[in-house]
Design a binder for this molecule. Structure first.
Ligand code: MF3
Ligand code: CO
Length: 251
């Protein structure tokens, strides 16, 4: 499948999709505290998405059984919400959420501290978030796709963390996952030339230990192979001639 270039009308719909998802994330962030179950987070997320007359795009995606992916500590992504999984002080929790607005998908992830966390865990969350911003400095017309990958990778590697290689970012639009794939690890090639109107989900998944991951028996939950903590940060962005527009923020 080719990389799609969105029209002005499609960009407007992507903007609104992203803006609503940004609100969902802000509200979910406020709900994070010791004692809440990962299922409660999913329920709140689904309610918020539906309150905007949008559709949770993760629900039933290849059989995924929830609307929000809730991944705690050594869980990297695609954690399945459970009523008996209660967040506790010191945990870190990654929330990955997406929605469909008038046929247009948005996708974003944040990692939060639950109560007071260790300085080491706090640093992992900060570096993971910043690696996204380092990456998107290269996300403009005239640069190449793997400029983004290389910028994320060099920032993360300088901090000594492991980059997940088995999962990547992606194009997004009328489908949740469109071309191209966007690795977060270093590439020896340039990749495609970025053009205005491309919409991309850039999503570094960063581990305190090695980048190696394994899948649990539930077939969804991805965890670090060494059991070390992992963080995730993602936004849907729009490529323009100048600075990229981050679509999945509330304003
Ligand atoms: N947000 C994930 C991604 O970035 C997709 C999750 S799909 C689900 O690609 F089925 F696990 F929800
Ligand atoms: Co994504």
């Amino acid at each position: 499948m080719a990389v799609t270039i969105k029209s002005a009308r499609e960009i407007e719909l992507m903007r609104e999709s992203g803006r609503l998802l940004g609100i969902v994330h802000d509200e979910l962030g406020k709900a994070i505290r010791p004692g809440i179950s990962t299922k409660d987070i999913d329920k709140l997320g689904e309610e918020l998405i539906r309150s905007f007359d949008c559709i949770p795009n993760f629900l039933n995606y290849h059989g995924y059984p929830a609307s929000i992916c809730v991944s705690v500590n050594e869980e990297v992504v695609h954690g399945i919400p459970r009523a008996d999984h209660i967040l506790k002080e010191g945990d870190i929790v990654s929330l990955d959420a997406g929605l469909i607005y008038k046929g247009y998908h948005s996708d974003a992830a944040r990692t939060y501290a639950v109560g007071e966390i260790s300085p080491e865990a706090g640093k992992l969350i900060e570096v993971t978030k910043q690696s996204f911003f380092e990456g998107i400095r290269m996300a403009k017309a005239g640069y190449h796709l793997y400029d983004i990958s290389n910028a994320v990778a060099s920032y993360v590697t300088a901090h000594g963390y492991g980059i997940v290689r088995d999962l990547v970012g992606h194009g997004i639009g009328t489908k949740l996952h469109e071309d191209p794939q966007i690795p977060n690890f270093a590439q020896n090639r340039k990749g495609l030339r970025l053009q205005p109107g491309m919409t991309l989900a850039v999503e570094p998944m960063i581990n305190m230990g090695t980048g190696d991951v394994v899948w649990l028996d539930d077939k969804w939950t991805v965890v670090t192979a060494d059991g070390a903590y992992s963080a995730h940060y993602e936004n849907t962005i729009l490529i323009t001639e100048g600075e990229p527009e981050i679509l999945t923020l509330p304003e």
